[in-house]
Structure formats: structure tokens, C-alpha cells
Ligand binder design. Structure first.
Ligand code: 4AD
Ligand code: MG
Length: 433
């Protein structure tokens, strides 16, 4: 069978009536007298293949009956259209070849506890559900890059090792850097700002690290962030960009990942209503709303997970919140010229209780103000000298934001916890596998 080129499940519609070779893993086998029903997967999807005792040799029939969950196999047969079959096609098998018989695959169709599944994450990834989530994650990333590339953004990458704290010093991961110390990047933003002054419109996409001691379903220690940054953009421009980006991603997932959303039993009407313009309010309006709702919110402080949920839970599209108090936000936030105590910043909260998916805003472009803020935040001027330089040589207003990929994927897939939105989650108490 090895000289045939392999056909994937996702391509079957092009091979109706054809004789093909497929390779993959057995997901499930059911016996029906003189028939064996093999549900198998090849990475591109799941399908059913039927082996009939009368079509194959005695030896091959015995082999088929011995196949266990996750055994690796090649199947040769005819592609038949069958409207009752998931995916619409079935394979009538003429030949079965075994690569390896798997014994005692630990993840069986019965229910397993989440810790057991996380311990076996390297194998759990093979399940229908995890497969669907990861394909949606990939579509989110593809659609996001596509949206930005088409608008003339230049994707540039920012370093992981850095001497700078971007998002406060409490969540920094420190590591040795030969005889020096370095931090793992919390955000590519500061470097993005330098790149924006070279490229105009840029974005970075990469892993970011936060030593978050909070053990919530919305926090990972290592997560992936997409961060656009644009020279001459002000707060409203960056908000419009974020709205456009999120709407385009959702539209793309709805168009290209229907099957996966069905596997997850996602109510797609909740995604279909996501269109720009999103709902919008200021921090002060949001605070007033929270006092009505009697959450534990303390006015002047940052919103907690429960507050974010209370604000956006019932909405049909995300909620944009702007103008937070400057003193609860990062050092680089441009103050509102009419209210110096407020920052020209934006958080976007997802509906259905998923909380913040985007954080960003307009950056300080005035050198003296930036220097003052660094001092107020006790950040070392030396390490930030290069960043201050950007305000010396043709400084301009500029803005950008970061979008957490796992937060977005969790919401789109309606997951209970961010841990399923990334192949190998890094959490407070988990570094393996
Ligand atoms: O709001 P954050 O901290 O903003 C920044 O890092 C800015 N420097 C980004 C920028 O302006 N270029 O983080 C941005 C987003 C959040 O809205 C959230 O979606 C996600 O990153 N995020 C996390 N996702 C998973 N686990 C965590 N611990 C996260 N912390 C932030
Ligand atoms: Mg934030």
C-alpha cells in the first residue's frame, strides 16, 4: 500500500467513488456480525470505514477484529457518499495494514477526571474535542494574521529574553542570562513601539509569560498574545482596529470551522451576533453599573473576574471599556488631556462571562512625562533608555493592544477553562507533560 499517495479525510469529497489509501489511528471499533465498523482519525478529521468479512482475506478479517483503540493503520478502499455518515463519506475497505497495535490506551470513552487528562495531555490531544479546539485555535491565528497582513501590517517578532518589565514587576519571571539577569517577556509591546516607528504598522505574535499566582480558569503562566502597534493611531483608531480584528476572526471561524464548532456543541448564534460596533462605556459608567449589580467591586480599583463577568455576561457582542484611572494601569499609558487622572486605555470584555480578551491603548509620546512615569513606577531608567530614545527622535502619538489567543479561543469554543485552549498548558501547579 505504501506506493499510493495518502488521501486525507478532509479531502474525501474530491475522491467520491475513487479507490484510495488512508492512514491514521483507530478511534473506535464496533462489531456487527460479518461487518466491522472502524471509526478512525488521520489528523484532518474522523470518519467511518466498514470492513466486510466477504471482501477481505481470513487473515485480514482476524487482524481487523484484533484492532484496538489508537492502533496505527492504513486502509485501502472505495470512497462512498453516505449522508448518514459523519462528514458525509464512508470507506468500504478492501485492505487493512497494521503499523502498530496499541495496548491499553489510557484514555477510554469513559469519563476521566481533569487531572488524569492533564497528566496525559500528550495523549488527550487525540480526542475529538481537543482536536476541534486546536483546529479552531489555528483558524483564529490564521485569520488574525491574514486580517493584519491584508491591511499592510508588517509582522515582526519581539524577543523573549528582555531586561524590561512591561506589565508591572510582580509577575516577572527572572532567569539567568550568563553572568546577568533577564526576564521572560510579559508582552512584546515596548519593542513593538520601536518597530512601529520603523514600519508604521506592525504586530508581533508570540508566547508571553506571567508569574501569576492567581489560580483562575482565565490565567495561564505561558500564553500567546497577538499585539498590533500603529504609529499615529490614537485611542479610537486602536479600538476600531480591535473591533475589526475580532469580528473578522469570528466570521472566519464561523465560515471555516463549522464542523469543529458542532463537535463542541457551540451555540453559534452567540457568535453570529458579534459584529462591529461593539458595546462601549467608560470605566466610570462601568463602575456605576457594578454598584447597581452589588458585586464586590471597590470603586477606583481594577475589575475582578466576577466584575468583568457581571458587565458583559448578558451582551450579544463584546464590551469596550475605556478611560480607567491612570494609577491602576501600566506606566506607559497616555493620560486623557481633559482628565489627567484617567488613561487613554481600552479593555475589551467578551460576552458569556469570558472576561478581558484585549488590553491596550494610546502610549505616552512626550519624553518628560514618560521619564516621570518610569520614576513613579520605580522602574530603572538605565534599562529603559532605549525606550526613552523613541521619544527623542521624531516622537508621534501611537497606540496598540494585546489580544490573548487562549482567552479568545476559550470564548469562541465556550471552554470552562483556558487549559484546553493551548496544546500544553503551563499553570501555577503544572509544568508537565
Ligand atoms: O492587558 P495585558 O496585560 O496588556 C498587555 O500586556 C499590553 N502590553 C498589550 C499591548 O498593549 N500590546 O494583556 C493583554 C491580553 C489580555 O487582555 C488577555 O487577553 C491576555 O493578554 N492575558 C492573559 N491570557 C492568559 N493568561 C494570562 N495570565 C493573561 N494575562 C493577560
Ligand atoms: Mg489587561
Amino acid at each position: 500500500m505504501s506506493d499510493d499517495s495518502q488521501v486525507y479525510i478532509s479531502e474525501l469529497s474530491r475522491h467520491e467513488g475513487g479507490h484510495v489509501t488512508m492512514r491514521g489511528w483507530l478511534h473506535h471499533r464496533r462489531s456487527g456480525g460479518k461487518l466491522q465498523f472502524l471509526v478512525f482519525r488521520d489528523g484532518s478529521g474522523f470518519m467511518q470505514a466498514v470492513v466486510s468479512k466477504s471482501d477481505v482475506s481470513e487473515e485480514m478479517w482476524e487482524l481487523t477484529k484484533s484492532l484496538t483503540q489508537e492502533s496505527s493503520i492504513a486502509l485501502r478502499g472505495e470512497v462512498r457518499k453516505d449522508d448518514r455518515a459523519p462528514g458525509g463519506y464512508e470507506l468500504t475497505v478492501a485492505e487493512v495494514q497494521l503499523y502498530q497495535l496499541a495496548t491499553d490506551f489510557p484514555i477510554t470513552p469513559k469519563d476521566h477526571g481533569v487531572n488524569f487528562l492533564l497528566d496525559h495531555r500528550h495523549l488527550w490531544l487525540r480526542s475529538k474535542r481537543q482536536h476541534a479546539i486546536l483546529r479552531i485555535r489555528n483558524e483564529v491565528i490564521r485569520a488574525a494574521r491574514n486580517f493584519l497582513d491584508e491591511q499592510g501590517f508588517v509582522g515582526c517578532d519581539t524577543p523573549i529574553f528582555t531586561p524590561n518589565a512591561c506589565e508591572g514587576t510582580t509577575t516577572l519571571f527572572e532567569t539567568n542570562y550568563f553572568d546577568d539577569k533577564a526576564f521572560l517577556s510579559q508582552s512584546g509591546q515596548l519593542y513593538n513601539e520601536a518597530i512601529a516607528m520603523a514600519m508604521g504598522k506592525t504586530y508581533c505574535f508570540g508566547p508571553t509569560f506571567r508569574a501569576e499566582k492567581s489560580k483562575t480558569r482565565r490565567h495561564l503562566i505561558e500564553f500567546w498574545m497577538l499585539e498590533p502597534e500603529v504609529a499615529f493611531h490614537e485611542l479610537d483608531d486602536t479600538i476600531a482596529l480591535a473591533e475589526g480584528l475580532i469580528s473578522a476572526i469570528i466570521a472566519s471561524v464561523l465560515e471555516r470551522r463549522r464542523t469543529e464548532l458542532e463537535v463542541l456543541e457551540r451555540d453559534v448564534s452567540k457568535l453570529e451576533s458579534v459584529r462591529a460596533p461593539f458595546h462601549r462605556m467608560t470605566y466610570e459608567q462601568a463602575s456605576a453599573k457594578l454598584s447597581e449589580k452589588n458585586t464586590e467591586f471597590v470603586p477606583g480599583g481594577d475589575f475582578g473576574a466576577a466584575d468583568e463577568t457581571a458587565l458583559a455576561e448578558e451582551l450579544d457582542r463584546p464590551l469596550i471599556v475605556t478611560h480607567y484611572p491612570a494609577n491602576i494601569k501600566a506606566f506607559y499609558m497616555q493620560p486623557d488631556p481633559e482628565r489627567e487622572d484617567l488613561a487613554l486605555c481600552v479593555d475589551i470584555l467578551a460576552p458569556e462571562g469570558y472576561g478581558e480578551i484585549v488590553g491596550g491603548g494610546q502610549r505616552i509620546h512626550d519624553p518628560e512625562l514618560l521619564e516621570r512615569r518610569l520614576a513613579e513606577h520605580d522602574l530603572p531608567k538605565d534599562a529603559f533608555q532605549w525606550y526613552l530614545d523613541l521619544r527623542q527622535f521624531g516622537s508621534v502619538p501611537h497606540s496598540g493592544f494585546g489580544m490573548g489567543i487562549e482567552r479568545l479561543v476559550s470564548w469562541i469554543c465556550k471552554l470552562d477553562h483556558l487549559r484546553e485552549a493551548i496544546p500544553f498548558p503551563r499553570m501555577l501547579n503544572r509544568l508537565t507533560p
